[in-house]
Design a protein around this ligand. Structure first.
Ligand code: UDP
Length: 281
């Protein structure tokens, strides 16, 4: 960011961007819930060339103990960018940027998690960026809120996040790396779609008030589209699980479940107990 000069034509005479998108177009996106067996909840987001995993543990005993809050849970996020996620190898381990992103994502998530239900505990959120191409904090927050829902943590709503910015004097949605590097503003936004609350808002660069309003409108509209994809990812996981349960429960007692699909380790379905009865654990 900062408008460094480039020979790249960031927006062509037809108003199309370097990857052929219009100003208000998102990069292709895919969200999957429940991708990790060891975590309490998880999600994977592919967003353009970004590949981001989120894993959730908790609520569990808060460590370090001095961070315990006797009235509510705390949300501790750890955002990490893998060394191989960017073209110049990134030095492994935490840096100022990852600490900042971890903090703003924790604060955003604390707005939606019903923390008062779990005093003295910690809800731990791990975000691993496997491949980066600008917009990883938004992808991370979007993935984290699906992972929290997948972990069954009570929340007021999901959070959907997306950035807008200014590239070649035009306000555009969802900047990719070249636009981020050679554009003049980047405004990531996290939204609680049901209430319209903004729980994350940052601005790198300069925008006039009118430009800022346009960026806000673009990001808000996109967040509502992303919200539908988040809910769809959760539906896909839990509708599949639900579809398996009646099939095994419906099997008459004592009869072999020969035609049942094998229940995989990750579901709660157990085809028979010690007495040979069909049941759900
Ligand atoms: N980036 C990089 N090396 C770094 C940090 C960032 O190459 O050490 C790239 C990466 O593609 C990232 C982009 O710069 O997605 C924009 O980073 P920014 O800090 O704006 O955060 P983001 O847009 O990913 O939320």
């Amino acid at each position: 960011m900062g408008g460094a000069t480039t020979n790249l034509k960031l927006i062509d005479e037809n108003g199309l961007r370097i990857d052929g998108r219009r100003a208000d177009e998102l990069r292709p996106m895919k969200i999957e819930a429940g991708v990790l067996k060891r975590a309490d909840g998880s999600a994977y987001v592919e967003w353009g060339e970004n590949k981001v995993l989120a894993a959730v543990y908790g609520p569990r005993e808060c460590h370090p103990r001095h961070l315990q809050n006797p009235t509510r849970a705390i949300v501790q996020c750890n955002y990490n960018m893998a060394s191989f996620s960017v073209s110049d190898r990134k030095k492994p381990g935490p840096d100022r940027r990852s600490q900042e992103i971890s903090k703003i994502i924790s604060e955003a998530l604390e707005h939606v998690v019903l923390t008062h239900l779990f005093p003295r505990t910690s809800i731990d959120v791990y975000i691993e960026v496997l491949q980066a191409n600008a917009g990883t904090r938004c992808a991370g927050l979007t993935a984290a809120s699906v992972a929290l829902a997948d972990a069954g943590i009570p929340m007021r709503d999901l959070i959907a996040a997306c950035a807008s910015g200014k590239v070649a004097d035009k306000i555009v949605l969802d900047l990719r790396n070249e636009e981020d590097n050679f554009g003049t503003a980047d405004v990531p936004l996290g939204l609680v779609p049901r209430t319209g609350e903004i729980v994350l808002l940052q601005m790198d660069g300069d925008l006039s008030i009118e430009e800022f309003k346009t960026a806000l409108t673009l990001s808000t509209d996109a967040c509502h589209r992303i919200y539908e994809m988040q809910k769809d990812a959760l539906r896909r996981k839990y509708c599949i699980a639900q579809a398996e349960i009646p099939a095994s429960v419906a099997q008459p007692m004592g009869e072999p479940a020969a035609s049942q699909p094998a229940a995989d380790e990750g579901t709660n379905v157990n085809n028979s107990n010690d007495n040979g009865q069909q049941g759900v654990q």
